[in-house]
Design a protein around this ligand. Structure first.
Ligand SMILES: [Zn+2]
Length: 305
């Protein structure tokens, strides 16, 4: 009996081995992206020539991520490592060193003009870099990410050049359509209502590109907590300027915004996706879904009085 079971197990193992043989013939390029939004860009450009792994997963906060030992193995196994840069992944340099990887990470925001955090009342110096890393919130910037990723994949896998160029061209066309969609949605919101509160300052590039003002008690990173003074200032501002809605984010603790809503009388307009996608079952499993979801939330909270 025992021998027969071993034979069955062996046959099954061989079957798995042979089934995966054709995939081995055309080995995929292993690409590691630091967080979910970047991972989605890489999937769109890389198509079936790449195998994408993402370090910081859906609904997770990359600002304060602490890498696990398994992450060093993922870095070591990757042929291409892609990061956002602009100070977003402060933990990455040490992780790459720990992995022993010789590959230097590709910075997807290369060529994007960095935005500095708006100086709204942040008179105190908290020693943090105030460069805003959330460049992906402008669709025009997303197109620069795509161009950088395309160049990195071609450099790592020259045989795939035509495929990467075709994939990128198709995706860039979708991004152009998305940018137009955002502009049309914002244009339909009365100008005096284009102002909202979120937990952390993640929408500065969106604001600069599309003209909706975002005000946040927390800075461009979630590392430092909002001070009582910042929170008090925002509550006063909501009342004075009659700001219509406050929004939760998928990556931050909702309690701060809930408290601001309760004390200011502003309604909670819903949830925005700032720094991470959702999983497949969520509302924003891709970048395009994320931007669409966010503009739908803004339109429904601000569109009518
Ligand atoms: Zn952020």
């Amino acid at each position: 009996m025992r021998i027969r079971w071993h034979a069955i197990a062996l046959t099954a193992a061989l079957a798995v081995l042979f089934a995966s043989a054709p995939a081995l013939a055309q080995e995929k390029i292993r690409v590691l992206a630091s967080f979910s939004i970047l991972g989605d860009f890489v999937k769109n450009v890389g198509g079936d020539r790449v195998e994408v792994t993402t370090l910081v997963g859906p609904n997770s906060d990359a600002h304060v991520y602490s890498p696990a030992p398994a992450d060093a193995k993922k870095v070591a196994a990757a042929k291409v490592v892609i990061v956002n840069g602009l100070g977003f992944e402060g933990w990455m340099a040490r992780l790459v060193r720990a992995s022993g990887s010789k590959a230097s990470p590709v910075v997807a925001t290369k060529g994007i003009k960095p935005r500095k955090q708006a100086a709204h009342g942040h008179s105190h110096s908290h020693g943090h870099d105030d460069t805003d890393p959330h460049a992906w919130q402008s669709v025009a910037n997303a197109k620069i990410y795509v161009a950088n990723i395309r160049a990195a994949l071609i450099a790592a896998d020259p045989a795939g050049k035509a495929a990467y160029e075709a994939n990128a061209a198709a995706y860039l066309e979708k991004l152009d359509a998305l940018d137009k969609e955002v502009r049309e949605a914002v244009a339909a919101i009365p100008q005096e209502r284009r102002r909202i509160i979120t937990s952390h300052d993640a929408f500065g590039y969106f604001q600069a590109a599309y003209g909706v003002e975002f005000i946040a008690p927390q800075g461009v990173s979630t590392e430092s907590e909002a001070s009582a003074r910042d929170v008090g200032r925002i509550i006063t501002q909501i009342k004075r300027q009659k700001i219509p809605a406050v929004f939760l984010e998928n990556i931050t603790d909702p309690r701060l915004i809930q408290r601001i809503a309760a004390e200011s009388g502003a309604k909670i307009g819903g949830q925005l996706y700032s720094d991470a996608l959702t999983d497949e079952k969520g509302a924003a499993p891709t970048y395009i879904d994320m931007i669409r979801y966010n503009i739908k939330q803004l339109t429904s909270a601000l569109g009518t009085s």
